[in-house]
Design a protein around this ligand. Sequence first.
Ligand code: MOS
Length: 734
Amino acid sequence: MKPVSSPFGQPLDRVDGPLKVTGQAHYAAEFDLPGLLYGSVVNSSIARGRIVNIDASAAEAVPGVALVLTHQNRPPVASYDEPYEDDDAADGSPFRPLFNDRILYSGQPVALVVADNLELARYAGSLLKVEYAAEPHRTDLLSELETMHKAPAELPPPRGDADSALHSAPVKLHLEYTTPVEHHNPMEPHASTVHYLPEGNLEIYDKTQGVQNCMRYLEEVFGMKGKIRILSPFVGGAFGSGLRPQYQLPLAVMAALKLKRSVRVALKRQQMFTFGYRPRTVQRLSIGAASNGQLQALTHQAIGQTSSFEDFTEHEVEWSGMLYQCPNVTLDYQLVPLDVYTPLDMRAPGATIGVYALECAMDELAYAANVDPLALRLLNYSERNENEDKPYSSKALRECYEQGAERFGWSRRSMAPRSMRDGNQLIGWGMATGVWEAMQMPASAKACMEPDGRLVVSSATADIGTGTYTVMTQIAAAAMGLPMDRVEFRLGDSSLSQAPLEGGSATVSSVGSAVQQACDGLRQKILDAAQQSPVSPFTGAKLDDVEFVDGQMRLKASPARSVDIEDVVAVSGVLEAEVSVKPGEKRNDYSTATHSAVFIEVRVDETLGTVKVSRAVSAVAAGRVVNPKTAGNQIVGGVVWGIGQALHEETMIDHNLGRYMNHNLSEYHVPVNADIGEIDVIFVEEKDEIVNALGSKGVGEIGIVGVGAAVANAIFHATGKRVRDLPITLDKLL
Ligand code: MOS
């Protein structure tokens, strides 16, 4: 065997890439089952009121229609009176599909039509006559602000006295920013394929970021403990939309239970706008500073929309109390319940909008104090997290600023707005800081050395396109001294070892730590097994005395004394180790976070108001990077999304109807290739022995944070116009 260098830290291709590009990776709506029926959801056309009557006769008369399921004929649901709260539930009472005749939002599922094929089901759905008694609805955050109430979120207590410090500050700013509703829009719409097994057990292919969360949800909701297995081997993007079980899952299960048949319910693109989303917000920031720009006071209030049944919260304002040093800070977070569905975590939930407002406000302060925007950040740099009064386990944000600025050429920037141009194009350079938390959650993994010398490692986590298959394979291969092609990682099956939701950028930290420690356990098992032989060269050796390299275990002191792991397992039979890993106690004394510095160049057509982001540099500090290629992809994707946040994305609602209007990918604008210029990603070195044994913090979310602000700040630099309402469309620039 030729020597292998450790795959940890290598920019390797995705191990699941070939399966995906050759169509061999199957997604939740692609599993064929014998006798499968197809469901089509009918959604409410009113935003509030109740269903008076559903006339299903025409739909039921269509040959091939098996069932029209409504609140009147659904099977009994064990937990519907006390709704079960899943792992990512917001405060309140989760939405219950087909619970009763109440309509809580436009797009609410009111019926499921099940037929021999999808076309029939959809056609029959169009024949359903639903009679509503509509009631007046409220869907406009801006006209309902007076109904706001405190969000059930634990905010850092006020420090100092922000009001009087603001009053006496030489530089004062009072700013308001607004951000729209955005929907996740993953490429793969949500789908559940329920396999009805003879004994009434269900095996379900579901699009989810948490197979065990969905399993527990169904077990509890339907009272089916031990009878549910969820499979989700591949996910075509999720970004948070798969964190909670969505309504197609219980609907498909209801139909399968009622018909004792296998049923698939796949949502169409328009229906992807009938559940969670990033909430619309109004954010008010006041900043008081010395004349040199040193922060003296900061207040940040966020007002977000939520549903009438749940109080959705995310971390929107906390960042303003931790990113910069400031003695007087007050944070406030309010919610306005509307006749809409509950918002849902969406890529860097909270930070994407909260840091947008903070980092635009910091740019406004830079101009008010006439200080370079980057110099202003350095002047106010915080070594500690003042929210928690703790030091950071590591924080290489200074290096992000330095390396990002160097790569971008920031020092050549002229301060004055409208001072850089190329013909008819105004050029603007803007920057912002990004920050996200580096969480770790309890997780388990199992490592199995098979008799053929292959290592199979598994955990019930997900790969939503982020590279979980690949990085877990790398971590395991590195830990066992095996080449990548002798290691297989399995995920997306609720029967595997416990794993948390795949979200919050915590999968490497949580599941990766479990994978590494399961391999530690397995190495011990291999040593023990090798020592069973009376002629073992390892007699008396401890785990510390041996190393695992190139498929062999060998004595460190005398590497010639070695054995092929394969030969050990050939004799011992399968060896396995399963571990559960909790966040380390030493994390308690520290704050853990990832950071970034984002630099953006825009070109604004002076006549047309069109904006093109021609260059972006994102310098990221996220600890040790397992795979710079998959991690780099996450950052590039985040930068693209941040450009979309700044310039394109907005789910528009017609408040007369209380309904989202641009619920498709032609009218819900996201950046396309032509909108994107160069994107340069830097991972700065950041050593961290506190965060976890891998020293890796996770990079899923940090890529988007700060980008929206950097684009908005660049547009101000180009044009001299502050647009404080996202997205910055050309009508706002003319
Ligand atoms: Mo994360 S909210 O699952 O992108």
